[in-house]
Design a protein around this ligand. Structure first.
Ligand SMILES: Cc1cc2nc3c(=O)[nH]c(=O)nc-3n(C[C@H](O)[C@H](O)[C@H](O)COP(=O)(O)OP(=O)(O)OC[C@H]3O[C@@H](n4cnc5c(N)ncnc54)[C@H](O)[C@@H]3O)c2cc1C
Length: 273
């Protein structure tokens, strides 16, 4: 059989990024669109960073007041939080939490069936609801999200790196990229494109290891209006909590790297710390 010179697809909605955001969006969109295609530059079953994560959730439980939780979050993020957006997300968080439970995800509950949580930084409402075995919740959630996407007929493709969206005047009409293993071009026609590629969201947690995306530059190159960048790539761990792994270990790494750099002074080593 003749090898294709490239790959072409047509869909109603192209979702770029098969992380938790992309999969949730694709699932919801499938309720009112005939065809939804999710592509990811990694393997299609990876689930983005969510698959690596602990899967712990911050949730506004029904008996919590939104403003109380927001106050805690503003403190948690050292003041650098978009409260309006966080409020919208948290308002929906209990429904998403229940979706996961109803699909079979086991958040830890005590003998009385009450939810257990880990209080964050001694705050009253900032609580992590977690999975057992601890730290393995993300891979379970990735599995459940993939299963739900499959049930609804969402198409997923891996190893597709999107480099640009295609525009026709003000309209986005698709995207182009290449297959990560063969290098062959990929052309996707779509009525709409959603970049769920991380970086530029409301909270790139874990600093360097979370942002994984070209999505921001793709959107910028297409002429999209950009907003909320004041909350982007912010080092969001409060300085008062030096015992935190992130606060303690990364600066330590930077210091050690600095010491190391001295050893290489003769060379023009540039260290990004
Ligand atoms: C170790 C670790 C533990 C964590 N623990 C928790 C936790 O317990 N609780 C919590 O709430 N959060 C946790 N997080 C954070 C959380 O996992 C992420 O914030 C969340 O999964 C991000 O989801 P996303 O879909 O927005 O982005 P991502 O998961 O980053 O998905 C984006 C996807 O887009 C793809 N992509 C990017 N650019 C392109 C392109 N040009 N073409 C094609 N594909 C592209 C990427 O390959 C990726 O799969 C943790 C993160 C890490 C790393």
């Amino acid at each position: 059989m003749k090898e294709p010179r490239g790959y072409e697809y047509t869909t109603d909605l192209l979702v770029v990024g098969c992380g938790f955001s992309g999969m949730w969006a694709a699932m919801r969109a499938k309720d009112f669109l005939d065809d939804v295609l999710v592509v990811d530059k990694g393997p299609r079953d990876w689930g983005g960073l969510g698959g690596l994560s602990g899967g712990d959730m911050i949730v506004k439980q029904p008996d919590m007041n939104l403003d109380d939780l927001l106050d805690d979050l503003v403190y948690y993020y050292d003041g650098l939080a978009d409260q309006k957006l966080l409020g919208q997300i948290l308002t929906q968080s209990y429904d998403r939490f229940m979706d996961f439970e109803n699909w079979g995800h086991k958040f830890v509950r005590n003998d009385k069936g009450e939810l257990c949580f880990i209080p964050q930084r001694a705050l009253d409402y900032m609580r992590f609801y977690y999975y057992h075995p601890y730290g393995m919740g993300g891979i379970d959630k990735a599995r459940l999200l993939k299963r739900e996407c499959e049930k609804r007929g969402v198409r997923r493709l891996g190893r597709v790196v999107i480099t640009d969206v295609i525009t026709d005047g003000e309209r986005v009409t698709g995207a182009v990229g290449f297959h990560a293993q063969s290098g062959k071009p990929v052309y996707i026609r779509a009525r709409a494109v959603l970049l769920a590629t991380n970086t530029g969201g409301w909270k790139p947690s874990y600093h360097q290891n979370t942002p994984a995306s070209e999505g921001v530059s793709i959107a910028w190159n297409a002429g999209c209006a950009m907003r909320n960048f004041e909350f982007w790539k912010v080092w969001n761990v409060p300085v008062d909590f030096a015992w935190e792994g992130q606060t303690g270990l990364l600066p330590k790494g930077a210091r050690d790297a600095h010491e190391l750099a001295k050893l290489f002074e003769a060379t023009s080593t540039v260290l990004l710390t």
